[in-house]
Design a protein around this ligand. Structure first.
Ligand SMILES: NC(=O)c1ccc[n+]([C@@H]2O[C@H](COP(=O)([O-])OP(=O)(O)OC[C@H]3O[C@@H](n4cnc5c(N)ncnc54)[C@H](OP(=O)(O)O)[C@@H]3O)[C@@H](O)[C@H]2O)c1
Length: 185
């Protein structure tokens, strides 16, 4: 489910106070949540913001990194793209399912093209310096599934409720036709 080719999904995790990042990484330390992310996106083509890309120890092949910097160095298997739309087109062209993995500006630019948003709601406030964009409005999307689990948060050494939600929008925006200025690699 949710991993068919030609399907664009987004995936992320957000705290109760809307935070997604702190100091270039996640505001929390919940290994099971990270494992859920890794399992869900395994084998997919990824669309990644440049800062998130730089924060990742391992980046799988068929990753498309959105950056306005034409001279940015890419790891093997990764391609720089200048726009979210170009990145999505090129990710779809791999024939793999596509996941938009953030950060904030990438969710904000890509969410209308997504059929699903795999969003973990971590039901506690955390300090952060990167917020889930307010413009991403999942209010009109159907909730396809929800699983709730208490998981250990290792910074506080306490359990926190995590709600693993899959939202679905049935009529995502079609990707616009490419124009001659949009190829970034
Ligand atoms: N909780 C989660 O699920 C989750 C998911 C992802 C990331 N994060 C966290 O979020 C933080 C990073 O996210 P972020 O929002 O600060 O940065 P980001 O979205 O990962 O990267 C921002 C960069 O992407 C490029 N970019 C963004 N929009 C663009 C556009 N429309 N066209 C071309 N390039 C564009 C720019 O790169 P250039 O400056 O190179 O032009 C920009 O500086 C980290 O703390 C990370 O750990 C959390």
């Amino acid at each position: 489910m949710g991993k068919d080719p030609a399907l664009i999904s987004a995936i992320g995790a957000v705290s109760a106070n809307g935070m997604i990042g702190l100091d270039g990484w996640l505001p929390w330390d919940i290994p099971e949540e990270l494992a859920y992310f890794e399992t869900t996106v395994a084998g997919a083509a990824l669309l990644i913001g440049r800062l998130t890309y730089e924060s990742m120890d391992v980046v799988p092949e068929d990753s498309f990194v959105v950056s306005r910097r034409a001279d940015i160095a890419m790891r093997p298997g990764c391609t720089r793209v200048a726009t979210v739309e170009d990145g999505l087109r090129r990710a779809l062209a791999t024939g793999k399912p596509v996941f938009v993995i953030g950060g904030a500006s990438i969710y904000a630019a890509a969410w209308r093209y997504c059929q699903r948003f795999w969003l973990t709601r971590i039901e506690r406030d955390f300090d952060g310096d990167s917020a889930f964009p307010e413009t991403v409005d999942l209010g009109g999307w159907a909730i396809e599934s929800e699983n709730r689990r208490y998981l250990r948060e290792r910074k506080t050494d306490t359990d926190v409720m995590c709600r693993f939600l899959v939202y679905r929008q049935d009529n995502p925006l079609p990707l616009p036709f490419p124009n001659c200025n949009s190829s970034g690699a």
